[in-house]
Design a protein around this ligand. Sequence first.
Ligand code: Q9C
Ligand code: ZN
Length: 343
Amino acid sequence: MQTVFSSIQLRHAPVHEISDGQVKAAVETPSRAEAVLAQIRDRRFGSVVPPFEFGPRALRRVHSQSYISFLETFWERWTELGRDGEAFPFVWPIRSLRQEPLPDHVDGLLGRYSMDAGTPLGEFTFAAAKASADTALTAAQLVLEQGHPAAFGLCRPPGHHAGVDFYGGYCYLNNAAIAAQWLRDYGASRVAILDLDYHHGNGTQSIFYERSDVLFLSIHADPRQEYPFFLGHADETGEQAGTGFTRNWPLPYGTGWTGYEPALEEACRWLVVYRPDYLVVSLGLDCFEEDPIGGFRLTSEDFKRLGARLARLNVPTIFLMEGGYATATLGINCLNVLQSFEE
Ligand code: Q9C
Ligand code: ZN
């Protein structure tokens, strides 16, 4: 299987994040991608190719123009004020506040276009996020146009928390949604997204919530107990034309393979019934037992089981990396999925 990756993605190098109500060292760091690349080389897994540069259209199919422009021009506005470093929002237009008109001030825009304060914006954030989206699109292209049975987009920053017009959860552009939409636009009738990140993929779900042409399935920590807290419950099953085309398996803190596997089986049964032309896997590795921010207990061996199970679906598959923060073992777990899928 080929891996797609661009070193531009490394230029987003956050220093701090605000999580659990405190300023902490950032966990979504360039070393994550480097750990995965190191394993790809150690195991001689396959070639690593750079992404093609896609034009603005592919992003616009998922994100609003005003949001993309905000990300693109953010650094200019930020430095105009004499500011440096990385930016965090601190006020949000929640219930009782107005969405329109948009503020002029960058601090207002930061709140309008974000869902949390845990996701820093820096000088190279947009460039890296764009390269990450190109990586996802190129992986999709390898499968759709070049007939590869599978491809791996080593996306970083991740994407699944980002919505049509907001960033959050370390995510800026929704790589999986952009790839799925591109597959729809260039030939696929039905695309399924299986989100295996420890955190619910609220952005992806919201993007496709009213559509039947992109099935969204997610196994994740119960939002009653875990970030993103406000989406990902079992009763969210889609609306309008999308009724029945979203499924969530929220699982309790401490879930190991014995609790995880039945949910995975159910998700796989939905995939068999839906018969997608392509499967996009939002591959978070933060269900690992030693993940510093995740509370599940999957082992490195369990990730092999996961990959082998997905292979049995026999659907052309685009793997896109999402979260996973146990950097020392991240590459091992990621390659355990990918290699078992191929065997
Ligand atoms: N107690 C992804 O995995 N902070 N995003 C959680 C931990 C936000 C995770 C605080 C986690 C976002 C792509
Ligand atoms: Zn996650």
